[in-house]
Design a protein around this ligand. Sequence first.
Ligand SMILES: Cc1cc2nc3c(=O)[nH]c(=O)nc-3n(C[C@H](O)[C@H](O)[C@H](O)COP(=O)(O)OP(=O)(O)OC[C@H]3O[C@@H](n4cnc5c(N)ncnc54)[C@H](O)[C@@H]3O)c2cc1C
Length: 407
Amino acid sequence: MPASSSATRTVVVGSSFAGYTAALELRRLLGEQHEVVVLDPKPYFTFIPSLIWVPFGGREPGDVTFDLAPVYAKHGVRFINEAVTSVDPTAQVVHTSGEQELHYDKLLLATGPRLAFEEIPGLGPEEGYTASVCNLDHALDARNRWEAFLQNPGPVVVGTSQGGSCFGASYEFLLNTRYQLKKHGLLDRAPVTFVSSEPFLGHFGLGGVGGSQEKVEKYFDKLGIRGIANSSIKEVRDGEIELASGEVLPQSFSMIVPPFTGVDAVRGDGPLSNARGFIPVTDEYRHPDLPNVFAAGVGIALAPPEATAVPTGVPKTGYMSEHMAKIAALNIAADIQGGAHKEVSVDELGAICMLDAGNSGIVFKTDRVLSTKDAKAFTWAGPQGHWAKLAFEKYFMASRRRGLVRL
Ligand SMILES: Cc1cc2nc3c(=O)[nH]c(=O)nc-3n(C[C@H](O)[C@H](O)[C@H](O)COP(=O)(O)OP(=O)(O)OC[C@H]3O[C@@H](n4cnc5c(N)ncnc54)[C@H](O)[C@@H]3O)c2cc1C
């Protein structure tokens, strides 16, 4: 691809783990004549991994967010606090919710998932009967539901629905909920059930990691949690969840991770995305048919390593999203200014996950997320796991508030 000596504009859509990292990396890599523009309807960054604590009052919004505009202003990135409503890859323009039309030379889509609650009747906090902790508004709504539950406790159901991929989040929320029930002396009145589309407990959408099935099953037995793997949710009604198997689970409080699709701005019949709205990418995180379009984070298309009876998605963690964003940014800069391109297949991405359990936790590291059978992986369980997550949160918020994404 010929390098451009004249001024260019790179538009980054979405400003979370992937978009924020990419925008600041692009600013660092590109000469001043090249403009970097970021769009996001949210004016703040959210450290999503800490949202699991918001329903229990462990975090307030100010603890887990920071305003984007001042950081971008300081670093010379133009921030537009609007959503992209559609992309025209032929004309190379994006349309925005503020009715702007913005031309791009390079486009990086970092729009994450759309939470497809409507795929399961009665699911979700907006028009249904289950809580969510996938964004700050949902986590605050979950706090209201939790407080109502404490007044009138009963059975609890936590899990990930068919088509969901964020298994770590539902396990983590489950263990924190169990910890809170114990603290409130409610274990006798609030039996806990975990429902999951994973073919077996501890599969995590990856085929399992280092004996994780046996470990999770044993741990559930110890805590008295009933786990139902391979489950599909048919319908949620006030006070109960019906599974495709016909079993009806009573619930007084429930948090279910919904199915994911790509966001509306990139979904549809056009060339941008697949049938579920996820964006295909090469190992440069470039669209295979649209060379000026790149994508990173949860919004990319990624086939599961193995087919599962109930549809599951592959988890794409914050760590992976940032890694993809850095590779995409480097390749955009190489297109614009010349220099070497870089290819890293998703298969080669690693992950560090910290799964909190209230007062203990599990730290898990793998150098290959998609081939966990051949990966160098280790897990580390105990109170240190909880402290590791707290320390990581402090480090992450302190560095990102300053716009430091390379630490
Ligand atoms: C409860 C929970 C706990 C988690 N815990 C962990 C953890 O411990 N460790 C870990 O590594 N990962 C964790 N994850 C996963 C992690 O949050 C995701 O991997 C990460 O958020 C993905 O980043 P992203 O930038 O791809 O997408 P997102 O974080 O989903 O961000 C997408 C951004 O795009 C914006 N956007 C969407 N549509 C548009 C549009 N049309 N125009 C402009 N902007 C748009 C959104 O407003 C948003 O800011 C957790 C997830 C959840 C839900």
